[in-house]
Structures are given as structure tokens and as C-alpha cells.
Write a protein that binds this ligand. Sequence first.
Ligand SMILES: Nc1nc2c(ncn2[C@@H]2O[C@H](COP(=O)(O)OP(=O)(O)OP(=O)(O)O)[C@@H](O)[C@H]2O)c(=O)[nH]1
Length: 196
Amino acid sequence: MHSRAGIVLAGGFARRFGDRDKTLAEFRGRPLIVHAVEPLRAVVERVVVSCRREQRPAFEPVLSDVEYRPDPTPDAGPLAGLDAALEGLEAETVAVTSADRPLVPAGLYRSLLDSLSKEGVVIRADGIDQPVPAVFETRALRRAVTEQRSNGTRRLRAVLDALDCTTLDGETITRQWGEDVLADVNTQADLDRLEE
Ligand SMILES: Nc1nc2c(ncn2[C@@H]2O[C@H](COP(=O)(O)OP(=O)(O)OP(=O)(O)O)[C@@H](O)[C@H]2O)c(=O)[nH]1
């Protein structure tokens, strides 16, 4: 059986956003993390939320049917969060996104999943391959994460250096799915702009 999982990275401290938990900030009437989880859940069998232990009580009332993988060490970075989320994950394919990207539709995940022929499918936007949203062979991603963490990096993008991925053109993606489909929220101003 071909099994698919999703991972939502949500454990950052969102320092550019301010004092509140960015992932719970309201966007179009719902917390950001809900916008990240729901389209993903439509295309995979299980969704794993990679977060800090203390975030879980606030996530539970707004997210249903997800699993939590708390960071073993808080603030160790997204690559460490991804590593913990992959541990014991039984799925052949994994779609990865971040909780601060509220406009990635289920259809985009479907086309990423349909395009998977090598170790991963990523989108190249502004000349740079983006590690999220992206789809990977779970085994290859696990290997790449282990390899890059052993090199001492915290950067999520570093996994792409250790993977043989197909690249989709960002302009084609935004033409099809909307200008802000790949937008991430770093600041309150980013959120205000997307709300407009
Ligand atoms: N599980 C986990 N996720 C993380 C960690 N650091 C960042 N992330 C997530 O990775 C995604 C991208 O994070 P960044 O934009 O680099 O960091 P951020 O914490 O959101 O924001 P800044 O502190 O303002 O840079 C976000 O969804 C974060 O929640 C971490 O240590 N653990």
C-alpha cells in the first residue's frame, strides 16, 4: 500500500511576530495552524504536528485528528523538529509544510504528490528551491535530515542539498493557485497584507 503522511512544522518562537504564538494568530477567522493542517489532511492519511510541548494544549481545541511530536529540545530549529516528526513515521511519502503558510491548497499538495518520481518534489520560487511546501520519499528525507544535522546545520533548506528532487516552477504554481499561495507570515504586517 502507498501510504502518505503530512508534517506541519509549528515549534518556532516566531520572534519577528511578537509576544503571541504566531501559529494561533487569526487569519480569515481561524488560527493560522488550522489553515496549514486542513488542506494537508485532505490528501494524506495522517498529519503530524511538530511543535513545542507547551503549545499542545492550545492546539488541541482547534485541531482534530492530528498527532503531536513535541520537540525533544525546544528551539533547536526546524530541521530538528522535522527529525523528531519523522521518527517512527510509517509512511512511504511525506508532505511537509510550515504552520505559517495559510494559503497552500489541497490541490497543490495533490500535484506535488502526483509529480513525485525521484526523492522529492520542490517548488523553485525567486530562484531558490523551497523546502516547504514539498513532498518527499520518507526514507530519503530521513536520510537527508540525519546527514545534514550531523553537519551541524539548523537550516531546513539544507536537506535539499542531500536529495535528488524534481523542481516545479514557482511562477507556474502561482499562476495556477494564486499569487500568495506560497506566502509565509513572519510579521503582523505580513498577516495584515494577506488579509487585505
Ligand atoms: N518543531 C519546530 N519547528 C520550528 C522550529 N523553529 C522553527 N520552526 C517552524 O519552522 C517554520 C519556519 O520557521 P521560521 O520562520 O524560521 O521561524 P519562526 O519561529 O516561525 O519565526 P522567527 O523567530 O521570527 O524567525 C515555522 O512554521 C516554525 O514554527 C523548532 O525549533 N522546532
